[in-house]
Design a protein around this ligand. Structure first.
Ligand code: PRX
Length: 636
């Protein structure tokens, strides 16, 4: 089913070429589509590797997302259809959202939050999360959301990196019919976060919780004193809108900083191009707002457009395997954006659950976060989209702020190919290069780079300009290094092949091997550990750990359990390994670097390849022995 010719490619390429020929004025035209308090003086100031867009312009994200709709019929439009796994619902109009944002912004001011302050949000998928983001932005503060599946230690690390004084959270999350005790997790995290002075708590259950006098405040009680209107703070275009932590190749997560002006312009433009959103759209993105997909394409982009969004709290397969299809039918969802991992899970269970529902409202289907296998793409196309809906496979990253390489039905472009993210979006100068930074020939694997800045580009890493330069701008001179492998085919289509660095994509979530390793070696009985990703039929990649125990310890069941426990405590359940192997030695280079390539080959039963850089000749034999050992374990 190659080349589904939905639209002529010519018009797309014309638009693309027009954009790339004069980037700055192209983006300035796009910038005119969102509301500014003051027009910018300069489209782009590029002091490599730092880009500032629409410099001198002033705006406010919450104004652009809600106030702007108060002047049109959209004030009565539904902004959010919220639903949880038990079918509890909330419908929030743009006017109601406006009111709630204003009131909570007033409450935040009352507890002393000011322009430039960082506020940490650790919240489940409830409307108060959206309200908190917009209220924070309204007063010029900066939100740093921590995914509510992260453990207390991961939360504490991120809070300490920001030095935040205020944390907004809830008593419980709800997943698979169980209460997730967020407040307990927070109380444990806050033992090691000296900067937090106030905790604002959304109370959503009747359960008793611990309240710390003077520190913990109830969201609904704060609102009783709040004003109905809070003046939106006018901020300069480069004022940070948020910080979002993501995994890198060291144990310490990177605080990605996004601007206000450039980021919003980029979100506005890409959302229209890729999803062809209109006032009739009912849009559902299944991501969690704790990740960048949720920031950009559940909250900012849809609200800028005055779109109606569906927001769902719960697991995809609970209480039934047709929970998602039920929601699509119920709300008449027209645009659906999800992950390959979820699709692979549904595919495994067959079409029976899908056939129970009328999915004919769907018009466009999207995927993100990891490569989608062509078979899964075909399945999605046929069984969810009824062979009617284009699939937009969107490649992007936390750092890019928005989609970068993707089909763009909103521009009327590009025949699709199952498994390819197709072409770069307008204004995006992407290339695949070899180790020396030269473009590779068609069909050859190389590194994906972006050659020119774009408005959604990160402004840097929070208080770490040195690491920012090192990670993204050192491998290849003058271009942004994505950390991904890709191939370009004879038609210029991009095929993404996974990470080229030591980070993993487990169920689409980015996890650093070094983060998991440090959680493993934190156990007193562990001498060394190495983590690799192995292909997984559902999650795309799964975590496998090789570990050496200290003398006197044996690999008994409780040792394994302790390791798993410590990973859950330090990172969260999302980093739970599929397998732990106990070994005597790890393959290392002469400079002591663990050769993950060899460990990966061992787990996959493929040839080990070149071992000339190994630490010593003796270990080659040991590796072969390890290979056999692992294989007998796998067979067993
Ligand atoms: O490896 C690429 C993969 O996800 C990485 C970015 O992860 P994160 O910052 O968590 O953002 C995920 C959501 C935007 C990329 O470097 N990735 C993302 N989208 C795709 C993808 N790989 C293949 N195809 C995609 N569509």
């Amino acid at each position: 089913m190659e080349n589904k010719k939905f639209y002529p490619i010519k018009r797309y390429l014309e638009f693309y070429n027009h954009a790339i020929s004069d980037l700055e004025s192209f983006w300035e035209k796009e910038a005119e589509k969102i509301p500014w308090f003051k027009r910018w003086e300069k489209g782009l100031v590029w002091e490599e590797p730092f880009a500032r867009w629409f410099v001198g312009g002033a705006l406010n994200a919450s104004y652009a997302c809600v106030d702007v709709h108060m002047h049109s019929w959209r004030k009565n439009k539904v902004a959010i259809y919220w639903e949880d796994e038990n079918g509890n619902t909330k419908t929030i109009s743009y006017t109601q959202l406006y009111r709630e944002v204003n009131r909570f912004a007033s409450a935040l001011k009352d507890i002393g939050v000011k322009k430039g302050d960082i506020v940490v949000l650790y919240l489940p998928m409830i409307p108060e999360l959206v309200i908190s983001m917009l209220a924070t932005a309204r007063i010029g503060a900066i939100h740093a959301i921590v995914f509510s599946g992260f453990s207390s230690e991961a939360l504490a690390d991120r809070i300490n990196d920001t030095g935040a004084k205020v944390l907004i959270t809830a008593d419980f999350g709800i997943r698979r019919g169980k209460f997730v005790p967020l407040k307990e997790i927070i109380d444990s995290a806050l033992k090691s976060t000296p900067t937090i002075e106030k905790v604002v708590l959304v109370k959503r259950t009747q359960e008793e919780i611990n309240m710390e006098e003077g520190r913990d405040l109830l969201y609904h009680e704060l609102l009783t004193q709040a004003e109905n209107y809070t003046e939106p703070e006018s901020v300069e275009s480069s004022h940070p809108l948020y910080i979002l932590y993501t995994s890198g190749t060291t144990g310490k997560p990177k605080g990605i900083v996004h601007s206000t002006g450039g980021y919003l312009v980029y979100n506005y433009a890409t959302y229209k191009w890729v999803f062809d959103v209109s006032d009739e759209s009912i849009y559902w993105c299944t991501a969690d707002i704790g990740w960048v997909t949720g920031h950009s394409y559940i909250v900012y982009a849809p609200l800028l457009h005055g779109a109606t969004i569906v927001m769902y709290e719960g697991a995809p397969d609970y209480p039934h395997l047709d929970r998602w299809w039920e929601i699509i039918e119920k709300y008449g969802v027209t645009i659906f954006y999800t992950s390959p991992t979820a699709l692979r899970m549904f595919m495994r269970h067959g079409e029976e659950w899908i056939k129970r529902h009328d999915l004919s409202s769907l018009k466009i289907l999207g995927t993100v976060g990891e490569p989608i296998n062509p078979e899964v793409w075909e399945w999605y196309y046929r069984h969810i989209g009824g062979e009617r809906c284009p699939i937009v496979d969107t490649w992007w990253q936390t750092e890019t702020g928005g989609m970068m390489i993707s089909p763009a039905p909103g521009l009327g472009p590009v025949p699709l190919k199952a498994g390819s993210t197709t072409l770069p979006l307008p204004g995006i100068d992407a290339e695949v290069v070899d180790d020396s930074g030269n473009p590779v020939a068609t069909g050859i694997k190389g590194y994906l780079v972006i050659k020119r800045p774009w408005p959604g580009m990160l402004m840097g890493l929070y208080h770490d300009p040195v690491r920012y330069k090192e990670v993204y701008w050192t491998k290849f001179k003058g271009v942004y290094y994505t950390g991904d492998y890709a191939i370009k085919d004879e038609e210029g289509y991009f095929w993404l092949l996974g990470r080229a660095d030591e980070t993993l994509k487990v169920a689409g979530h980015r996890i650093g091997t070094a983060e998991v390793e440090s959680a493993v070696v934190a156990n007193a009985f562990v001498a060394e550990a190495a983590v690799v990703g192995v292909p997984d039929p559902i999650k795309g990649e799964a975590i496998v750990i090789f570990t050496i125990l200290k003398d006197g310890y044996k690999p008994e069941a409780d040792v394994k359990e302790n390791i798993i426990d410590s990973i859950r405590k330090q990172i969260g359940a999302l980093a739970t390994p599929r397998e732990i192997y106990f070994v005597e030695k790890l393959p290392k280079t002469r400079s002591g670097k663990i050769m993950r390539r060899i460990l990966k080959a061992i787990t996959q039963g493929v040839p080990i390849g070149d071992v000339t850089t190994l630490e010593d000749e003796a270990s080659v034999d040991e590796i072969k022995q390890l290979y056999d050992e692992v294989h007998s374990m796998l067979k067993g």
